[in-house]
Design a protein around this ligand. Structure first.
Ligand code: C2E
Ligand code: MG
Ligand code: MG
Ligand code: MG
Length: 293
């Protein structure tokens, strides 16, 4: 009987694995058409200055409106696009769209327009045309380089060749900001911090979830890691952004640790561009010591 059950379980498992494989295959083969048909779109999540509650930036996050499966998040398709190389044209589409939106915010809001943060994958950083294409996109969208920050994950930098690091250096020479995304999750040997001019460390949300939460006691070790990362960043004259702030308590902890900028559901979930316009137009002080709007 146990054997039969085991056998069944194996069959179910096989069927599931198989279904997953078929889905992956289906998504992968559909990616190029999706780009051509305009099925991708961007959402924007505010980056909030913890000092005064100002929305000083927004991160562009890609989504896929799949005709049969509904809206898919990047965790479903970015890795697939990376494997097939489609991430390169998709990445340029994202970059252009995001820069155009950032320029639109500048024209719409007389002052206090947010800068735009765009995620860059390893494969894009390795692409020889990167520097020229970014320069061209900035020119075409009439966005100044300092209004664009690129986010690259720590793990992407670890295996990066000199050529990719040179490209990142050229981009920062143009005035573009560089943020290290998901900081603390890679094998941080930190040596690349000497080789490329990073401006911001984005502390990964896995550490923040260990901070005090009304439903769960804080993890004292996570508190110490976060405090250490913030102080490391400041020693190196880097700014700090924390991801994944979900509660007022967490926002307060991070403010107390002198962290400059935060991002997370407590402030706002990713949403359409008008939401950013409205938050910017509403001005600062929204989240300081008050309830979340
Ligand atoms: P990321 O760059 O670290 O982006 C932050 C992710 O955390 C986003 O997930 C965001 O929706 C989510 N998040 C924000 N605040 C909270 C919070 O308070 N709690 C929780 N639980 N989650 C929060 P999303 O949009 O699913 O994106 C996942 C990842 O996909 C991104 O991680 C980024 O690495 C990648 N990605 C997104 N857009 C692009 C893109 O245009 N190009 C590339 N290459 N990668 C992208
Ligand atoms: Mg990011
Ligand atoms: Mg991140
Ligand atoms: Mg992340």
């Amino acid at each position: 009987r146990a054997k039969a059950q085991g056998g069944n379980r194996l069959a179910v498992f096989d069927a599931e694995a198989n279904a997953r494989e078929i889905t992956r295959y289906g998504l992968t083969t559909r990616l190029p058409a999706a780009l051509e048909e305009g099925e991708f779109f961007l959402e924007y999540q505010p980056l909030v200055a913890l000092g005064d509650g100002r929305v000083m930036g927004a991160e562009a996050l890609v989504r896929w409106r799949h005709p049969q499966q509904g809206v898919l998040g990047p965790d479903r398709f970015v890795a697939l696009a990376e494997q097939t190389g489609l991430i390169v044209p998709l990445g340029y589409w994202v970059l252009e769209q995001a820069c155009r939106q950032a320029r639109a915010w500048q024209l719409e809001l007389e002052q206090g327009a947010p800068r735009i943060n765009v995620n860059l994958s390893v494969r894009q950083a390795r692409n020889p045309g990167l520097v020229n294409d970014v320069a061209r996109i900035l020119k075409e969208t009439e966005l100044d380089a300092s209004s664009l920050h690129l986010e690259i994950t720590e793990s992407a930098l670890i295996g990066a060749e000199d050529q990719a690091l040179d490209a990142l250096r050229e981009l920062t020479d143009m005035g573009i900001g560089l943020a290290l995304d998901d900081f603390g999750t890679g094998y941080s040997n930190l040596s690349y911090l000497r080789r490329i001019p990073v401006h911001t460390l984005k502390i990964d949300r896995s550490f923040i979830s260990g901070l005090q939460h009304p439903d769960a006691p804080g993890n004292p070790r996570d508190e110490k890691i976060v405090a250490g990362l913030v102080s490391l960043a400041h020693t190196l004259d880097l700014a700090v952004t924390v991801e994944g702030v979900e509660t007022e308590l967490q926002a307060e902890r991070m403010r107390a640790l002198q962290c400059e900028t935060a991002q997370g559901w407590y402030f706002a979930r990713p949403g359409p561009p008008d939401r950013i316009t409205a938050l910017c137009a509403a001005g600062a002080d929204r989240w300081t010591g008050g309830a979340c709007a």
